[in-house]
Design a binder for this molecule. Sequence first.
Ligand SMILES: [Zn+2]
Length: 127
Amino acid sequence: MALATKTCIECGTKFTGRVDKKFCSDACRITFNNRLNSTGTNTVRNINHILGKNRRVLMELNTTGKSRVLRSKLLEKGFDFGYFTSIYTTKEGAVYHYCYEQGYTSSDKNWYLLVVRKDDGEREKKN
Ligand SMILES: [Zn+2]
């Protein structure tokens, strides 16, 4: 196996090693991998947090199981339209976004209809 002068991708130290070696030491390899893993964990945690918050906002605004709310009300509560757990399109073409069992669809550009999925088997039916 050829040896080459390499630069450690963790600490920047020059070292001589096999061409496929990336780290000057085990310590640097472990530090690098630990940081990667914790970044991944934080990403999952942050997204779960946003989804949980979205669900709480929908529950709070939808006390009757079917409510109309202003888009601005959702935004005011900190709702993030970029995060949801599933999408369901009805035969008529209406698109429902869900955060777990709490769903919403836009009836026009300002108003949203909030719905609740009854259970896993049953989809929201159109009235
Ligand atoms: Zn190093």
